[in-house]
Write a protein that binds this ligand. Structure first.
Ligand SMILES: [Zn+2]
Length: 348
């Protein structure tokens, strides 16, 4: 936390570019300095997944031209970018370069990133797949696990991602005709994953699909591979390189103006500084910063929760209860709801 606060101070103090970019051998991650740690993790996962895909499917499956990943500064910027809620990431095939755009608040960041990377791979290798099947294959590889066995490597695939298990239990069978007929929605991914489990990687371009399949059973598949460990080096792009990337970015996403992003990034830095003060017991100083951050970005449950906690510690119980109401109203998952509920309980 302290490290981030120092970094933000430097950014605000020295007026350096609000964007940063980091490169590995085959990927460039474009985002804000606050997301640097996430970017590093993302690049490492992508290089490993790329090497695993090369070992599984051959050299022609991987590209040498670096794929660009853009993670908007915050959730609000992401929402301005897309109105589609089905996916937490988007693959954008550009004229010169391909981009993957990732929701900075996505729950399973590495799986989402892996899913989108597989879109980039399939876009090149199997461009005419039915959309639902492509989504299924992307899901299939999203949680690919790479592990070392003695002096060899193996991958584990075919374990249903946790988010699909309950959906799959409620389905009587896999209706592939229905999958092909209906537009992609959040309900597509679980059956599409299951269909890919049964049909992939045996599928060849042009194969006919059965109309129905049984749901399971699903057993993890352990596949020994000749894995070539990728180069782990990552380097920050120079200022000049970032400017070039910025031009590319503006050509690809002309609607995305940065000034609003900068304002929202300030909300984040206010929040982080408020949280730091609050953590170190300086709640009086923390509250105005947290209030400002919540006003700028009112859709974030965990921020309201942090504000409520600061109010509580400062004995402003009425304000704390109001903030908790907001935290409950904006909670996006069970964890956020549970966090707000437990704080609410301690207030009553
Ligand atoms: Zn997808």
């Amino acid at each position: 936390m302290r490290w981030i606060a120092v970094l933000l101070y430097l950014i605000n103090g020295c007026k350096v570019s609000a964007q940063t970019a980091i490169r590995s051998q085959h990927f460039i991650f474009y985002s804000t300095p606050q997301n640097l740690k996430t970017a590093e993790q993302g690049l490492q996962r992508l290089e490993e997944l790329r090497a695993a895909i090369q070992a599984l499917h051959g050299k022609q499956w991987v590209s040498t031209s670096p794929l660009r990943i853009w993670m908007p500064a915050n959730e609000a910027a992401w929402k301005r970018f897309t109105k589609i809620n089905a996916e937490q990431g988007i693959f954008v095939s550009g004229q010169d370069q391909n981009w993957v755009v990732i929701n900075p608040w996505s729950q399973n960041f590495l799986e989402v990133l892996s899913h989108e990377y597989i879109h980039a791979v399939l876009h090149r290798t199997l461009p005419n797949l039915p959309t639902w099947f492509e989504e299924g294959i992307c899901e299939y590889y999203s949680n690919l696990l790479l592990r070392r066995k003695w002096n060899r490597f193996e991958v584990v695939v075919g374990q249903a991602p946790a988010r699909h298990r309950r959906n799959l239990e409620t389905l009587p069978s896999l209706d592939l005709e229905q999958l092909a007929r209906e537009p992609i929605s959040i309900y597509t991914y679980a059956p599409a994953w299951a269909a890919a489990y049964h049909l992939w990687p045996g599928y060849k371009a042009g194969d006919k699909f059965p109309s129905k399949l049984s749901i399971g059973p699903f057993e993890p598949r352990i596949i020994p591979i000749d894995y070539i460990t990728p180069d782990k080096a990552q380097t920050l792009l120079s200022r000049k390189e970032i400017q070039e990337l910025e031009i590319e970015f503006r050509n690809q996403f002309p609607g995305m103006n940065q000034p609003i992003e900068a304002e929202l990034a300030r909300a984040e830095s206010d929040f982080l500084e408020g949280l730091r003060l609050s953590d170190s017991g300086q709640t009086k100083q923390a509250i105005p910063l947290l209030e400002k951050a919540c006003a700028l970005r009112p859709s974030n449950s965990s921020w309201w929760n942090a504000l409520a906690l600061a109010y509580q510690e400062n004995r402003q119980l009425t304000e704390a209860r109001q903030a908790i109401e907001k935290a409950l109203a904006t909670a996006k998952n069970e964890t956020e709801t549970a966090a707000a509920r437990s704080l609410q309980k301690s207030l009553n």
